[in-house]
Design a protein around this ligand. Structure first.
Ligand code: ADP
Ligand code: ASP
Ligand code: MG
Length: 440
């Protein structure tokens, strides 16, 4: 059985949804089809939630009405028969009625999560209806019946495995299952989600849960490119990546994959393929456990919204246990650290989640002088055996000669070098590195 996940742009227009239908109807292998919300929908739902959080019901109402119109038109173009159009409108009505009821009750974070879930519920129900209209047999799998996260917002893989296994076993002869990406239940049994871009994560978790033959991530580009195509002109797709390389790129900003979407597939050794819905014959990127023998830099990514913390203390000199005490502060506030560099008297590290920054800062002050810098970006340079390749570091540094580097991390692994720059330099760093590393 394989997983086929289609992102927002892949289902965002009626004709694209038809393309998706063609792609999933091909081949005999049973498949679980994971869909995102139509492109723009989750952003619109975030807007509705924000308006309600601000107490601005008029704006929320007008955003709901605008979105409903969009769906009604989509429905009209998606289906051919009058009966299917009617069914489609019924689905739309049901979900927009729900949004309109929310307007009348008092808003809270749990309700906000309910609002955000409407996008994937709508896309999958409309797609399921399209398959029925065309006589393609499929089973609707409600993600809220099997996908869950615990009190630390971590997916509960064994439970997902058990519940999904049962649902699939109820339909032993079926070939096509349709489910929602992104949405899940939390430990309070409320509707929740796997954070923005989370449908990739859903696909990988399902792939791991059923030990799928492959997880296919169908999107609007022909695979993982060697640099961010939104920023740099001359980028090209990479045919093969190892799980480690892909995970690193996803975590450090390659938007094509949700930051956490590689580990489940990696843990169960399920290959992940990145494919283009608009160009289905393009090679794409295949991600497996294989490390290529070829050394050198393969790709770059940049991650924004980074905060650096420096702790300076002469007490650190020749003292053991200092780092442990520093790390315990971050552990206490469940804040993960990305980059670290140390000198004899200071330690610098970076975080991206600043929810508990004030508490962390005041606890760290007990160890020495604390300095905080906001608005930084990590540039992550990924490849194989980077450390063993003569001249790679020199090449990186030459390319970045004109850019002030706040931190450099080299040697943590054989396949990664990271540098920290002011966010204002992120784009020029990615462009200069592209010229220096790929465009010769
Ligand atoms: P989907 O809606 O299918 O999930 P996303 O917008 O989340 O699609 O991801 C695809 C986009 O990721 C591409 O259109 C591209 O602009 C962006 N992207 C950023 N970095 C990379 C990269 N290194 N390789 C490919 N795409 C990238
Ligand atoms: N619809 C969600 C989002 O826009 C999840 C996804 O597309 O992966 O973030
Ligand atoms: Mg995405």
């Amino acid at each position: 059985m394989k997983i086929m996940k289609f992102g927002g742009t892949s289902v965002g227009k009626p004709e694209r949804m038809h393309q998706v239908k063609d792609l999933i109807a091909k081949g005999d292998e049973p498949k679980i089809v994971v869909l995102s919300a139509l492109s723009g929908t989750t952003n619109a739902l975030v807007g509705i939630g924000d308006a309600l959080a601000a107490g601005d019901k008029a704006t929320a109402k007008s955003k709901i009405d605008q979105l409903q119109k969009h769906y009604e038109q989509f429905c009209d173009e998606l289906f051919s028969s009058a009966e299917a159009k009617k069914e489609g409108l019924k689905i739309i009505q049901e979900h927009f009625e729900f949004l309109n009821i929310i307007l009348k009750i008092s808003f809270n974070e749990a309700i906000n999560k309910d609002i955000l879930a409407q996008g994937e519920l709508l896309s999958t129900k409309l797609f399921y209806e399209l398959l029925s209209e065309l006589g393609i047999k499929s089973v609707f799998l409600p993600a809220l019946e099997f996908m869950s996260i615990d009190e630390n917002n971590e997916p509960e893989l064994p439970k997902i495995q058990e519940r999904l296994g049962k649902l699939l076993a109820e339909n032993p002869r079926e070939k096509i299952f349709v489910t929602q990406g992104y949405i899940c239940k939390n430990y309070r049994n409320e509707v929740d989600n796997l954070k923005r871009g989370g449908s990739d994560y859903t696909a990988s978790l399902i792939g791991a849960a059923i030990s799928a033959s492959v997880v296919e991530i169908w999107t609007d580009i022909d695979g993982m490119h060697n640099n961010d195509p939104r920023i740099v002109d001359k980028t090209r797709p990479i045919a093969k990546l190892s799980f480690e390389e892909a995970a690193e790129l996803a975590y450090f900003g390659a938007k094509i994959l949700h930051p956490a979407s590689i580990w489940p597939a990696q843990q169960f050794n399920v290959p992940v393929k990145l494919l283009n819905t608009m160009e289905p014959d393009a090679l794409g990127t295949t991600i497996t456990a294989d490390m290529s023998e070829i050394g050198g830099v393969k790709a770059l990514a940049g991650k924004d919204g980074i905060t650096a913390i420096k702790i300076k203390s002469s007490r650190m000199l020749l003292a053991y246990g200092f780092l442990r005490r520093v790390f315990e502060v971050f552990e206490k506030y469940k804040t993960s650290i990305d980059m670290i560099t140390t000198s004899e008297v200071a330690i610098s590290l970076t975080i991206d989640d600043i929810t508990h920054l004030e508490e962390i800062k005041s606890e760290l002050a007990a160890f020495g002088h604390v300095e905080i810098d906001h608005n930084l970006s990590i540039i992550c340079i990924v490849g194989n055996l980077i450390m063993e390749q003569n001249g790679v570091l020199q090449n990186i540094m030459n390319s970045l000669a004109d850019i002030p580097l706040r931190m450099v991390s080299y040697g943590g692994s054989k396949h990664n070098v990271s540098v920290l720059v002011d966010a204002a330099y992120k784009n020029s760093a990615l462009k200069s590195l592209n010229r220096g590393l790929f465009e010769f």
